[in-house]
Write a protein that binds this ligand. Structure first.
Ligand SMILES: Cc1cc2nc3c(=O)[nH]c(=O)nc-3n(C[C@H](O)[C@H](O)[C@H](O)COP(=O)(O)O)c2cc1C
Length: 186
């Protein structure tokens, strides 16, 4: 697939500061991008720089009044990264009390390929709600990158700073692109 549109949904965790890396990787593959940020993520990202790079508004909330027709392009794949403990659990439970959650819920329901890359420490990842959420999302066909087989695992509490440096942006894009390609050829 040469080119498509990637929706990046960014949550409030350290690697959010580096989303420019994913945007650049996508552009290198002729993909366009748009960014949806949770309210918490806004504290980590440079909104103006992201908007300038992607050419799209960073969306955090619904438009009032709703624009007709929709201003954002059709989405070929979704990457939720970094995905927080909070967002993963809410998404898996069907909680949709914000624009980012509702939009991802709908995109998953429409069968749009979705890759979730958690940035969660091992103490949180050991909790039953998180394990159930990951399993539930996978059951629905969401590609959750977490575990020894994925080459990306929860980090020890306190090790987030170092782990942020090796956040798997390239893997996230490659998986999203591969899933989108597969869907396009079905
Ligand atoms: C500096 C800072 C770093 C954080 N790092 C993480 C993190 O690595 N993983 C995580 O799940 N939550 C982290 N949090 C907590 C989330 O931001 C918090 O749970 C928030 O409610 C998540 O909202 P969101 O899921 O809507 O983005 C961090 C918070 C702050 C202030």
């Amino acid at each position: 697939m040469t080119g498509g549109h990637l929706r990046l949904v960014v949550c409030g965790a350290g690697p959010a500061a580096d989303i420019g890396r994913l945007l650049e990787i996508a552009r290198g593959r002729s993909w366009t991008t748009s960014v949806t940020a949770t309210t918490s993520a806004l504290g980590f990202i440079d909104v103006a720089a992201v908007e300038e790079f992607s050419g799209q508004p960073v969306r955090t909330s619904y438009q009032h009044p709703p624009a007709e027709p929709r201003v954002l392009p059709d989405v070929d794949a979704v990457v939720v990264a970094p995905a927080t403990y909070n967002t993963i659990n809410k998404l898996a439970s069907g909680i949709a009390d914000t624009y980012p959650l509702t939009s991802v819920a709908e995109l998953i329901g429409r069968g749009v390929p979705t890759v979730v890359v958690p940035f969660v420490n091992a103490a949180l990842a050991a909790r039953a709600p998180f394990r159930l959420s990951v399993a539930g999302l996978r059951d629905e066909g969401v590609r959750v990158v977490s575990g020894p087989g994925d080459g990306w695992e929860p980090h020890p509490p306190g090790a987030g700073g170092a782990r942020q440096q090796v956040f798997p942006w390239q893997m996230a894009f490659d998986l999203a692109r591969e899933l989108a390609q597969r869907r396009a050829h079905r």
